[in-house]
Design a protein around this ligand. Structure first.
Ligand code: DLL
Length: 433
């Protein structure tokens, strides 16, 4: 089923016209209502009338997270405070949090894109959706909540954490879908086994997992652990929250809701727009948001876009699973590396669990990388010799994929700290020195 066939299956030309018209309106709104954007456009000699169609998008300047910080908390709002009905914020690891505001219409639009997303995972009014993303300033909980309610599903607003309660409700309420981060899903799957809950008694069919990068190998593990079909959902607070894009049943990338969010891929170094299909940084222009429209916002997320028609019938462009964020890329002795590459290698092996940690340090001016890997119980109790054999195998698999020699430390199941939200996969001790 398709939630909004009109907007999800538009002819490209019709969609481009709609985008152009919405872009024109948006540029006018921010020009007259947001001094920051007006100054920036004036500096570049651009007037609202210069932006007439989607082809003019490239004339516009980029917006960065730093711009949001510089205008903290409400400097980029395009409406008076009395029209703002909701505030969210993303914590971020450094500096001030990024604040985002929503008007009533923004909240409705958000519910609409999440309703489209959940429909892609086959969710209908007959489903019971356990929302185990955090509720609060984080957009995950409330974002999915409103979309699921719009569809008419029964929503369980349990929020993140409280694992025993999660399992109890999965059993007692017969939740048919669960929404949480993939790392928390993996943890729930593990807890299910520990609590000796019979998986066949659960009614779970679909998982709506996102908010952090995760690999195909992780998908396989979660599907196996929880007995459901795992779907990838993408989004970021600045743009709206969850529901910027979502995988359909074909699972060949995430469809971006282009009637609201216009994507571009740029070279993160030169800012040059790259041809479709090339790996680069994802940039979004929001064309319908009222409270805080964003012009060419640099997400830092690295992916590729594909325009070929999808078998599901939707014409919306698809983005590949994110490799990671450009600011999560580690440079170890000159070799570029994303935690997701390590995840792929580890989870391809049946002896390892989906919990790992990269510890980066510097000794005698040389970068060091230690990868801590949890091993399945039955392999851990094996002989030392076999364990050493496994360690060496992991090390050599990593070396051949990453082109880098990393120390591997096998740790007992349950050793690596579990996260109820976004997992922390890297400890970079170099930054502490
Ligand atoms: O994580 C919104 C969200 C909530 C999305 C629930 C999906 C589900 P932020 O906290 O602002 O918002 O973080 C946004 O998280 O720029 C990506 O780096 C990362 N991210 C989000 N979804 C995915 C995904 C929410 N499916 C940042 N795959 C983004 C990879 C993701 N990374």
């Amino acid at each position: 089923m398709i939630w909004n066939e009109h907007h999800e299956c538009m002819e490209r030309q019709q969609l481009t016209e709609l985008q152009g018209q919405r872009l024109r309106d948006m540029v006018e709104r921010i020009y007259f209502n947001v001094p920051f954007y007006r100054n920036r456009l004036q500096e570049m000699g651009i007037e609202p009338g210069d932006i007439r169609s989607i082809e003019d998008l490239q004339k516009l300047p980029f917006t960065t997270k730093q711009d949001l910080r510089d205008n903290y908390p409400f400097g980029l709002f395009a409406v008076p405070q009395h029209d703002v009905v909701r505030l969210h914020a993303s914590s971020g690891t450094t500096g001030k949090s990024t604040v985002v505001g929503y008007t009533h219409n923004d909240i409705m639009m958000w519910a609409e894109v999440v309703a489209r997303s959940l429909t892609m995972a086959g969710i209908t009014r007959n489903d019971i959706v356990q929302v185990a993303y955090g509720y609060g300033l984080f957009t995950g909980g409330l974002g999915v909540h409103y979309g699921a309610e719009k569809i008419g599903a029964s929503v369980i607003p349990i929020s993140g954490g409280n694992t025993k309660k999660q399992l109890q409700l999965l059993e007692d309420f017969g939740s048919t879908a669960i929404a949480c981060t993939p790392s928390y899903a993996a943890y729930l799957g593990e807890a299910l086994v520990e609590e000796k809950i019979d998986r066949s008694k659960l009614k779970l069919r679909a998982g709506i997992f996102g908010a952090e990068p995760w690999t195909e190998e992780m998908r396989t593990q979660i599907q196996h652990l929880l007995g459901l079909k795992a779907y990838d959902i993408y989004g970021l607070s600045e743009v709206i929250g969850p529901g910027v894009s979502m995988e359909c049943a074909c699972q060949k990338g995430m469809h971006i809701f282009e009637d609201h969010f216009i994507p571009e891929i740029i070279d993160p170094e030169t800012c040059e727009v790259l041809p479709y299909g090339t790996l680069g940084e994802l940039v979004f222009t929001t064309v319908t948001k009222e409270a805080m429209p964003l012009m060419r916002y640099r997400t830092r997320d690295l992916t590729r876009l594909h325009f070929e028609q999808c078998d599901c019938g939707r014409t919306l462009v698809r983005m590949e699973k994110c490799v990671g964020r450009s600011d999560d890329m580690l440079i170890i002795r000159g070799v570029n590396l994303f935690p997701s590459q390590v995840e792929s290698v580890l989870l391809e092996m049946s002896e390892t669990r989906p919990h790992y940690l990269l510890v980066v340090d510097r000794e005698n001016n040389l970068d060091t990388l230690e990868i801590q890997v949890e091993v399945e119980e039955q392999f851990f109790s094996d002989e030392v010799k076999e364990l050493e054999g496994l360690r060496k195998r992991i090390q050599s698999n990593l070396a051949s994929t990453l082109g880098l020699h990393a120390a591997v430390r096998l740790v007992e199941p349950g050793t690596i700290e579990r996260s109820m939200g976004k997992a922390q996969r890297v400890v970079d001790k170099r930054k502490l020195k």
